[in-house]
Write a protein that binds this ligand. Structure first.
Ligand code: NIG
Ligand code: FE
Length: 412
């Protein structure tokens, strides 16, 4: 057995027992221990507590983090890390005045990435994507959800999901895969929407299920993309294969999509830049986690999710990166947490809860990830020396991470 003992200035997100998620006022509290120890055995958290109560053991590895913070690794529940090429030209086009919608209407946007993806080999997509995965690991992410959705053809979607599966096999980070065939209507189906719906439901889904390539199903429920009715068909079809839904919704417009997602027991509803009172009512008391993606709001200059309004209504909230080539070419969860504090007026406690325990819930791994709890995965971040954990979002441009441990092994 391999044991690793850390002596810590402040240990964050300590939970004696597993909690599913934290909501509303509970999110204001981030349980911590000052002058603490953390004991890891193989890939599992074995014990934690005050340093004065530390058992006298001769650990295989000891780490002195007396001036430092230790926290669970980030759980990034919404990304599109697997893609081909990039969209730098669209970035400059937006600077010069075009909107995201105008670029998409000219055949750019998701369709631009889909064309590149379909022209690129599986091996090449893997090599491009693994660099992004390695980068987010070094930035402290220990679990990540990755979507397909840039194939939009049977072969393209399968190719993306196979790359996700290979990444999951090759890297120590926990990965959940989401099938997002309903990301946009390909040009060939512009006048034949039901034809593309049939392709997703009757051809893509059965093959994906047969190869066991996805954990969840997603759709872009938005004006100009998938309607409420079309998204409900996708959610229904997913259920038949045991795939719960995680839906892109309310990014640009509110069209009563959230109530439909709650009705279908979606695990999460993501984006939520535009949120109405009815949307908040629909989410109250549900099992559906709202997920905000502040780096996307930052990058394409759209409103930020109204976190205060949602938390004050008693809802939980998770934070994720949305790492993708079009709206968020960054998977830096430190930046996500800082932006949530600076732009959405979340407190550091709320933002850290949102990026750890609630992120774990939003990707269905809350029993094993997202907090320092005995029995959970030994996935932790050790920071550089810090005054307090407020410094994490406060010094938003600094790299605060010194070491990252995944499954009990130091990976950075
Ligand atoms: O989450 N909104 C839909 N999908 C992605 C962006 C897609 C793209 O522009 O490539 C998102 O922002
Ligand atoms: Fe997204």
């Amino acid at each position: 057995m391999q044991t690793l003992l850390i002596n810590i200035k402040e240990l964050l997100q300590v939970r004696e027992t597993t909690v599913d998620k934290v909501s509303g006022a509970e999110m204001a509290v981030l349980p911590t221990l000052k002058n603490a120890f953390l004991l890891l055995e193989n890939d599992t958290i074995a014990a934690f507590g005050l340093m004065r109560d530390c058992p006298k053991i001769d650990a295989d590895v000891t780490i002195d983090a007396k001036g430092k913070m230790v926290l669970p690794t980030w759980c990034d529940s919404h990304t599109h890390i697997v893609y081909a090429g990039n969209r730098e030209q669209e970035f400059v086009d937006r600077i010069n005045g075009l909107s995201y919608e105008e670029i998409a209407n000219r055949g750019g946007g998701i369709l631009n990435s889909a064309q590149k993806l379909n022209e690129t080999s599986e091996a090449d997509i893997y090599n491009q994507s693994k660099k992004r995965l390695e980068e987010v690991i070094s930035q402290g992410t220990g679990a990540v959800e990755i979507k397909s959705g840039y194939g939009l053809t049977v072969e393209g979607e399968l190719k993306m999901l196979r790359v996700i599966r290979k990444l999951a096999a090759d890297y120590p980070i926990t990965i959940k895969a989401t099938f997002l065939g309903a990301h946009a209507f390909p040009l060939a189906y512009k006048e034949n929407r039901s034809g593309y719906m049939d392709l997703i439901i009757n051809e893509m889904l059965p093959k994906i299920a047969e190869e066991n390539l996805a954990d969840y199903i997603d759709a872009f429920l938005e004006t100009g993309y998938f309607s409420v009715t079309e998204t409900e068909r996708i959610m229904e079809a997913g259920k038949k294969y045991g795939l719960r839904s995680k839906i892109h919704v309310n990014q640009f417009t509110a069209i009563n999509g959230i109530a439909a997602c709650v009705k279908h027991q979606a695990l999460s509803v993501d984006h939520l830049e535009i949120v109405t009172d009815d949307d908040i009512e629909a989410l109250k008391g549900s099992e559906t986690m709202p997920v905000a993606l502040p780096s996307c709001s930052y990058f394409i200059s759209i409103p930020y999710t109204p976190a205060r309004k949602m938390l004050n209504a008693g809802l939980p909230l998770a934070l994720a990166s949305d790492f993708n080539p079009g709206t968020t070419p960054s998977g830096n969860m430190n930046f996500v947490v800082a932006t949530a504090c600076i732009k959405m007026k979340m407190t550091p406690e709320e933002a850290i809860n949102a990026a750890t325990i609630n992120g774990a819930y939003a990707m269905g791994i809350n029993k094993t990830h997202g907090s320092i709890t005995v029995g959970k995965k030994a996935n932790v971040i050790i920071t550089k020396p810090l005054n307090s954990y407020y410094e994490l979002p406060y010094a938003f441009g600094s790299n605060h991470i010194e070491q990252v441990i995944l499954n009990g092994t130091i990976v950075k």
